[in-house]
Design a binder for this molecule. Structure first.
Ligand code: MG
Length: 179
């Protein structure tokens, strides 16, 4: 029997889990409201009070997908403190973006992309975010030898059942390709 490890899933918060661009006065159905004031020394969002919409069903749906989950978000460690409990997720490892955090690149590749490719270190991964572009797909194709799925989610809509179907199918395909 060949042991095949699970693909990685890099998970953004604002956009996929928190549909921040939905109509501001109308919380989407199925979502709950969280107000978060981050301390002065925490992540790129320090000192701001944020209104976050979260759908509790997202947590179990993510755990069911068969991926190894990682936060890939400006929230970094704060995602475990604020986001994970509302979704019923365990504490997850997060990608530490270091100096790349929110720093724009002259080539237009997203500031997360190279860090995620480095972190994946040749393992198949899916990246769920609201900000990838074609440039990120090209970067990943040129720098990552294994399968990768850059799955875009509208920040007006957040993750919907069809996104989970796509991610579940891709996980299965990535494992089949590795055997
Ligand atoms: Mg985002």
């Amino acid at each position: 029997m060949t042991y095949v490890s699970r693909p990685l899933l890099y998970l953004d918060v604002d956009g996929p889990l928190n549909p921040y661009a939905a109509q501001p006065e109308r919380r989407p159905p199925g979502y709950t409201t969280l107000r978060v004031t981050l301390g002065p020394d925490r992540s790129a969002l320090s000192g701001r009070t944020l209104r976050v919409w979260l759908a509790p069903w997202h947590g179990p749906a993510l755990l069911d997908l068969g991926y190894e989950l990682y936060w890939a978000t400006t929230w970094m460690a704060d995602a475990n403190r604020w986001i994970a409990p509302v979704l019923g997720l365990p504490e997850l490892p997060y990608v530490d973006f270091g100096d790349a955090l929110l720093s724009e690149r002259p080539d237009g590749v997203h500031w997360k992309t190279a860090a995620l490719v480095d972190h994946a270190a040749g393992r198949p991964f899916a990246w769920v975010d609201d900000e990838q572009s074609a440039l990120d797909g090209e970067y990943v194709a040129g720098h990552h030898p294994a399968p990768a799925l850059l799955h875009h989610v509208s920040p007006r809509l957040g993750l919907r059942p069809a996104d989970f179907e796509t991610l579940a199918e891709w996980s299965t395909d990535a494992r089949d390709a590795a055997t």
